[in-house]
Structures are given as structure tokens and as C-alpha cells.
Ligand binder design. Structure first.
Ligand code: ARG
Ligand code: ZN
Ligand code: CA
Length: 234
């Protein structure tokens, strides 16, 4: 497929306290961050090293706010087990991106910022889940967790291929890496004999240091919308 695509987004805000019931401004701010990242308008892109700027891609997907559904729930935390998706059921996943925002997701001694379902899964659980503290611009976030998770929702893997050197993300123009980056890595950071693309949205660097997708990742995402693709109806 070619051209551009518009994806309406349904936000499900599941809150216990009023601060978890995030404002419309914070939701719109998240939509803005997604639009920057998918349309070559990320604020950090000026710092992309030359060797990577040649493969930087305009994904050409625009996100619009379709609906905000607010639901009170007494839970103080959630597991990444899709239970929130039955508290506020998915809306029309053939046409909409559903994003659930919850208060806290403890996991393996830490906290996850968000998670996503890959294309081809159960329609009832299709979409992305975010911690409210990592939705839009907050003290902890510039909204790049949603970009990373929407990447997964459009079939992207982590750039280190979830393994050591040699594990693949099925994208040729992202260099192999030995594992996730943390913080804001210096350039160059070398692993597997090449410079790591630590600023790729599908790495684990901090939000201000994530600022690009590649042409290869664009192909992989756009295949999802092609005839016969998982999201062909969008
Ligand atoms: N699922 C990942 C996690 O919860 C998302 C990481 C996103 N990284 C970021 N800098 N926003 O750890
Ligand atoms: Zn991930
Ligand atoms: Ca690769």
C-alpha cells in the first residue's frame, strides 16, 4: 500500500483516583506525540546521526481522537493480562486503535509502562495499554511509550530481536544489537560489530532519546494494511 492512512483512536481511561482520570489535554497531547513520531516531526530528530538519518522514515499515519470512555474501578493495580479490556470493552477494532490507560502495572519486580497486542490476535483484546504516568507529557514521559507500543500493534519487534547478536527483528535496515538500551546512550554505542540504533522507537532508551522509525520498519507496518493484511479494513 502507499499514500497515507488515518487511524481514529478510542481511549479507555480506567481510574481509581482523580489524578488517574487524566485530562482531555493529556490525551490530546498523546495524540500529538504519536502524530509527530509517525510523520517525521519528532522534536529530537535533529540529533539523529548521519548514518541513520538516511534510513529515517515518514510512516505517514495520522492519529485522530475518536472517543474517550471513562470508567471508575477500585483496582489499585493491573496485571498485563488484558483484564482491563473487559472492564471497558474494545470498540470496533477493525477500524479503531483502542488504548486503555490504567494506574499501575507491576511486573517481575518492576513496573511496565505499557504493552501491546501484535496483529492477528483476539479482536476483544486488540490494542495498547498504557500506565497513565506514561501517557502524553508528564513528569516521566514525553509520550513515546505509546509510539513504541503502536509499533508493536503494527507488527514491529524490538530492534535487538529479543535475543543476542544474530536475533532478528525481521527488518534489514535496523542494525543487530545484543540487547535493549537504557537511559540516553552515547553515540556511537557499539554491539555486534556495528553502531546501535539506540534512538529507534523500538529500543528501550528514555523517551527524549527515542526519535525514529526506519524505511524497513515502515514496510513492515504498511504490510499490515495491505490487501490480505491483518488490518486491511482500516
Ligand atoms: N513495554 C515497554 C516497558 O514497559 C515499553 C518501553 C517504552 N520505552 C520508553 N522509553 N517509553 O518497559
Ligand atoms: Zn516493546
Ligand atoms: Ca535488523
Amino acid at each position: 500500500a502507499d499514500g497515507s492512512i488515518e487511524i481514529p483512536v478510542v481511549f479507555h481511561i480506567i481510574y481509581r483516583t482523580q489524578s488517574e482520570n487524566i485530562s482531555l489535554a493529556q490525551i490530546e497531547d498523546q495524540i500529538d506525540a504519536l502524530n509527530e513520531d509517525f510523520n517525521l516531526d519528532n522534536p529530537g530528530r535533529a540529533s539523529i546521526p548521519g548514518e541513520f538519518s538516511t534510513v529515517e522514515a515518514d510512516i505517514n499515519i495520522t492519529f485522530t481522537l475518536q472517543e474517550v470512555i471513562r470508567t471508575y474501578n477500585r483496582s489499585r493495580s493491573w496485571r498485563p493480562d488484558d483484564s482491563m479490556k473487559f472492564v471497558s470493552p474494545v470498540v470496533n477494532p477493525e477500524e479503531y486503535l483502542n488504548i486503555w490507560v490504567v494506574n499501575n502495572m507491576p511486573y517481575r519486580g518492576g513496573n511496565i509502562l505499557g504493552y501491546a497486542q501484535f496483529p492477528g490476535g483476539d479482536r476483544a483484546t486488540d490494542g495498547v495499554v498504557l500506565d497513565y504516568r506514561f501517557t502524553g507529557t508528564t513528569a516521566y514521559s514525553t509520550g513515546r511509550t505509546a509510539t513504541h507500543e503502536v509499533g508493536h500493534w503494527l507488527n514491529l519487534r524490538h530492534i535487538w530481536g529479543d535475543g543476542g547478536c544474530g536475533a532478528s527483528d525481521f527488518v534489514d535496515d535496523t542494525p543487530d544489537s545484543d540487547g535493549p538500551s537504557r537511559g540516553c546512550p552515547d553515540y556511537p554505542t557499539v554491539s555486534c560489530g556495528t553502531n546501535d540504533m539506540t534512538m529507534n522507537f523500538m529500543d528501550y532508551s528514555d523517551d527524549p532519546c527515542l526519535n525514529m522509525f526506519t524505511l524497513g520498519q515502515k514496510d513492515r507496518m504498511w504490510s499490515v494494511f495491505a490487501a490480505g493484511g491483518y488490518r486491511a479494513d482500516m
